[in-house]
Structures are given as structure tokens and as C-alpha cells.
Design a protein around this ligand. Structure first.
Ligand SMILES: [Zn+2]
Length: 353
């Protein structure tokens, strides 16, 4: 299957299962020497199938939001715990790659902040375009020098079709394996429009960064199943965030429901999940489990069902009408977004690409 799910935010105490695809991150996993040690331990015990090293651009996004100073000095540490500054460069990304030997590396990027007006948004894009292109090229140079066997992805920081074209033009001549599209920059329609263009540009692999929601999984499944890309992938940390808040994600549509000792569970409500973690367990069993073991069990279950739902969507994406029928019947937690995703996918059929 050319649709893959990566699980972000794993650590040695809580990872989904062995042989899973894991997404690690330059700041989170290599910010300090202790992080490097712990991550190596995680990789040793979890034996992931595919390790995807994200650049840490999202840390720049949050640091900038909080008004921290952003430094770009390869000779200094990341200052992960500092309340006033963050330091990140392509060198930091490649240093982490040398430590962890991931199968895939993402170029460093400076994410776009949301802006109120179109003019401000365009200014934000133009201000960061030069930095983003320079960092992509610099990371590419270091990738070729230090870890040329890894796949190399470039994050596209654009919020309109015109910006997307300008960004892609700026990459011309650069060698890379695929691109990543940060979920926070796109709605379902824009995602589909970007994917159509990436297909036309013959980009083989697209990674949708930061979401495994039902609607976005459906879009990814459709493009993968129609063979418009060699590989489509997505990642999120919702398996763990939900697990840590004692939430069970539905194996049918990923609806997240809290299960703890205070939850009223009707007698007739059966747990029909077939995952190896909660098979043969009732919701009552799970609710009365201790917090720590319940969180771990639910995290593992959530990761497993995310992959299962992706497989089910893929199986049902032979045609758009089949996918529409399947997705609408599953009554996902966000039907509005599902409808938008299906409407957006009709663009693919109409364009006959
Ligand atoms: Zn389960």
C-alpha cells in the first residue's frame, strides 16, 4: 500500500508498537544530549520500520508566536528549554540525522504565521520565502555530503496557489525525494489543489504534516489509491495526546471518547476493536484500569486504529463515489470537514489529470 502513517511524539516509555513508522524531531529528540540518548534508546527498543526526522520548524513557529528570539548559529546549542530564545540551523538537522540515521530527513523551514488580511499574509510569505529557499538548499547540500542515502523532503510554506507556484519555482534545479505540506497551512480544498499540482510536477512522495484526521486521511487515501503518487504519508501525535487524556479513538471513524473511572458506560455498549491491545477487553475493564497502564493501552490502541482506518479508507477509495459513500456512512466526528474533503476531491475527477 502506498499510503503510510507515521506516529509522532513517541518515547521509550510510550511508543505504539514495534516496527511502526515513527516521526522524530530535531528539537524534541536532539535538543539536548539527554534527548539524543533517550531517542537512541527508543529506536533500539521500538525497532521502527521507517524513521522520519522532521526538522523542528514547528518549534520555530511556537517560539516566534511567543515572541522568543530566533537565532541561526550552527556553533551554538538549540536552547530547547530557554524561555527567551531558540537556535536552529540546517546544521542542527543534519547533526541529528548523523546521530539517528533516519531513513528520511526534512529540510529546515520557517513556518508561516496566520495573518488577518491577504496583504499581511503575502508579506509574511515573501519575508520567509528567501529564508525557506536558502535553508532548503543549505540542508540539501549537507544531506548530500553527510547522509546521501536518506530520502530528503522539502516543506512547502505557502498558503495560496500563487505562493505555492512561486515556492516550487524557487526549488527548481534542487534534488529532493518529495515534499511535506504542513496541515496548518491548508484546508481540504487547498490541499487537493496543491496535490494536483504536485502530481502534475511529477513529485513522487507527499507527506501531509501534522494530521491524521478522518477527512485528511480520506484525501490522502484517494490520491494514493489512484496512484497519483508513489507514496502519500501523514503523521500526527493524536494517538498519544488522546491516550494521555484517557481517550479511546473509534476504530471506525477515529472519534475520540474519554474512558475513565467516572465515565458512565451503558451495559450494551460493546468494544468491537480487534487491535491486539484491547481485544477481549470491555470498556468497563479499560475504565477501571490504573491511569498509567490505561494511557499506554489507549495510546497503543489509538495508533493501531489510525493505521486501520487509513487502510479501510484506502480499500474504499477505488473511485470517488465509493469513497464518498464509505466516508459519509462512517459519520466521522467532523462531518462538515469530510463533506469539504469529498467536494474538493471532485476537482481531481473534473480535471482528468
Ligand atoms: Zn483496540
Amino acid at each position: 500500500m502506498n499510503l503510510e502513517i507515521f506516529h509522532a511524539a513517541a518515547d521509550a516509555r510510550s511508543y505504539p508498537f514495534t516496527n511502526a513508522n515513527l516521526l522524530i524531531n530535531t528539537v524534541r529528540n536532539a535538543g539536548t544530549n539527554g534527548d539524543v540518548r533517550e531517542t537512541k534508546q527508543l529506536l533500539e527498543i521500538a525497532t521502527p520500520r521507517h524513521v522520519f526526522l522532521d526538522c523542528g520548524g514547528s518549534s520555530i513557529y511556537y517560539a516566534e508566536k511567543k515572541g522568543k528570539e530566533i537565532l541561526c548559529d550552527p556553533s551554538r546549542p538549540v536552547y530547547k528549554k530557554s524561555k527567551t530564545k531558540l537556535n536552529l540551523t540546517p546544521e542542527h538537522v543534519i547533526k541529528a540525522a548523523i546521530e539517528f540515521k533516519p531513513r528520511t530527513i526534512v529540510a529546515l523551514d520557517w513556518p508561516l504565521q496566520p495573518k488577518k488580511t491577504k496583504a499581511e499574509q503575502e508579506k509574511e510569505f515573501q519575508r520567509k520565502l528567501l529564508i525557506n529557499l536558502a535553508w532548503a538548499k543549505e540542508t540539501a547540500k549537507l544531506w548530500q555530503k553527510h547522509c546521501p542515502d536518506a530520502s530528503f523532503m522539502i516543506p512547502i510554506q505557502a498558503k495560496t496557489l500563487d505562493q505555492f507556484e512561486e515556492f516550487m519555482e524557487g526549488l527548481s534545479g534542487l534534488k529532493f525525494t518529495g515534499v511535506s505540506l504542513p496541515y496548518r497551512n491548508v484546508n481540504p480544498k487547498l490541499l487537493v489543489q496543491f496535490l494536483i499540482r504536485l502530481h502534475q510536477l511529477k513529485i513522487p512522495w507527499v507527506h501531509i504534516l501534522g494530521t491524521t484526521s478522518f477527512a485528511y486521511l480520506g484525501i490522502a487515501a484517494y490520491f494514493a489509491r489512484q496512484n497519483l503518487f508513489k507514496l502519500v504519508s501523514l503523521d500526527s501525535s493524536s494517538w498519544k495526546a488522546s491516550g494521555n487524556s484517557s481517550s479511546y479513538m473509534s476504530p471506525h471513524n477515529l472519534l475520540s471518547c474519554k474512558i475513565n473511572e467516572h465515565t458512565f458506560i451503558p451495559e450494551k455498549l460493546r468494544n468491537d476493536c480487534l487491535c491486539p491491545f484491547c481485544r477481549n477487553k470491555t470498556f468497563q475493564d479499560i475504565s477501571f484500569d490504573m491511569f498509567g497502564s490505561r494511557s499506554l493501552l489507549l495510546s497503543c490502541h489509538n495508533a493501531w486504529v489510525t493505521e486501520q482506518v487509513a487502510r479501510d479508507l484506502y480499500r474504499n477509495a477505488r473511485s470517488l463515489s465509493q469513497l464518498k459513500h464509505y466516508m459519509m456512512n462512517k459519520k466521522s466526528p467532523n462531518q462538515k470537514e469530510v463533506r469539504r474533503a469529498i467536494d474538493a476531491l471532485s476537482l481531481v475527477e473534473n480535471m482528468k489529470i
